[in-house]
Design a protein around this ligand. Structure first.
Ligand SMILES: Nc1ncnc2c1ncn2[C@@H]1O[C@H](COP(=O)(O)OP(=O)(O)OP(=O)(O)O)[C@@H](O)[C@H]1O
Length: 292
């Protein structure tokens, strides 16, 4: 288990982190989301030892992370960091060797990953001859080549086409299934919702909400009813409690207390109830609420 505990970090007068706490379990895919400047990169840099925190700690199974632990992690930094003139195969293999693989092991792992990320045909091209999306794939191969014990990826999906997104999602899911904790940041909330077991929403240097996607939807969705009432008598919604938004026959009521039976009763009296149910928010709606 990777534990991030009460991290504080200032850059001069600017408070970047104001008590960030969350954890990522083995085999868990954790999506780290937040507005620009919320503190995601700073948190991941501290986790990887690129930056030091003013206070707080980063632990693995209760023990402070060491240089050796981090060497066995796969990291994709925001600033990236490939040798632009080096060929793709050579580069991934080189990083594999740096992370402790044998020459034969590095060669084998590089070949497999390039195949997986559809880069085999570009294996002998220099990185600067590749499109940005393909450079991103190489960066991912570098993070993955040594079969890391944990993955810390800063916006790994940005700039990837849908096929590359699927390929990466498949690789990450496999690593998770093998028990590896995976933490990645992203602004693509639909993707985070689809892929992640858990999510942390960071806002102004604090974790505004965290938990499994299901927990968040359950928690934040309480009190939101959606109804579809056909042929209703005009103006019937005026007596509904809570905040009411109407779109034709569809009615969304928020701030509902109790089990909503009173609302159902009024709806049945007013017209033909075609739908009545609690509405669970999307991650985007939860995000908007959490960072508001
Ligand atoms: N080297 C630095 N010097 C001064 N301020 C910094 C530095 N790095 C980050 N900050 C500030 O710290 C805050 C957190 O930045 P950080 O890069 O961690 O956010 P982020 O959530 O990763 O944002 P984004 O989604 O835009 O990548 C921001 O206000 C940013 O301007």
């Amino acid at each position: 288990m990777i534990e991030i505990d009460d991290l504080h970090k200032r850059y001069g007068d600017k408070v970047a982190l104001d008590g960030v706490t969350f954890s990522v379990r083995p085999g868990e895919m954790f999506g780290f989301v937040g507005a620009n400047g919320a503190g995601k990169t700073t948190t991941m840099r501290i986790l990887m030892g690129v930056l030091t925190a003013d206070s707080g700690s980063v632990r693995r199974d209760g023990k402070a992370l060491t240089f050796d632990d981090r060497r066995r992690f796969g990291y994709m930094p925001e600033e990236r960091g490939l040798y632009q003139k080096m060929r793709v195969f050579e580069q991934v293999e080189y990083f594999g060797r740096l992370s402790g693989l044998t020459p034969a092991g590095a060669k084998k792992a590089t070949g497999e990953l390039l195949e997986r990320l559809s880069l085999t045909e570009r294996a002998n091209d220099a990185v600067d001859a590749l499109s940005l999306g393909n450079q991103q794939r190489v960066q991912l191969a570098v993070a993955l080549v040594h079969d890391p014990e944990a993955l810390i990826l800063d916006e790994p999906f940005s700039g990837l086409d849908p096929l590359a997104v699927d390929a990466l999602a498949g690789v990450l899911a496999e690593r998770c299934a093998a028990g590896v904790p995976v933490l990645f940041s992203s602004h693509q909330l639909d993707l985070v919702e689809r892929l992640c077991d858990s999510v942390g929403i960071i806002s102004a240097g604090r974790v505004a909400a965290s938990g499994t996607v299901e927990e968040l939807r359950e928690r934040e969705g309480r009190g939101r009813l959606r109804l579809v009432v056909r042929d209703a008598s005009p103006g019937w919604t005026a007596s509904l409690p809570g905040e009411v938004v109407e779109k034709g026959d569809e009615i969304l009521v928020t701030g509902v207390e109790g089990d909503g039976q009173e609302i159902l009763h009024l709806a049945v009296k007013a017209g033909r109830v075609e739908h009545f149910g609690w509405q669970r928010p999307t991650l985007t709606e939860i995000f908007r609420e959490a960072v508001a």
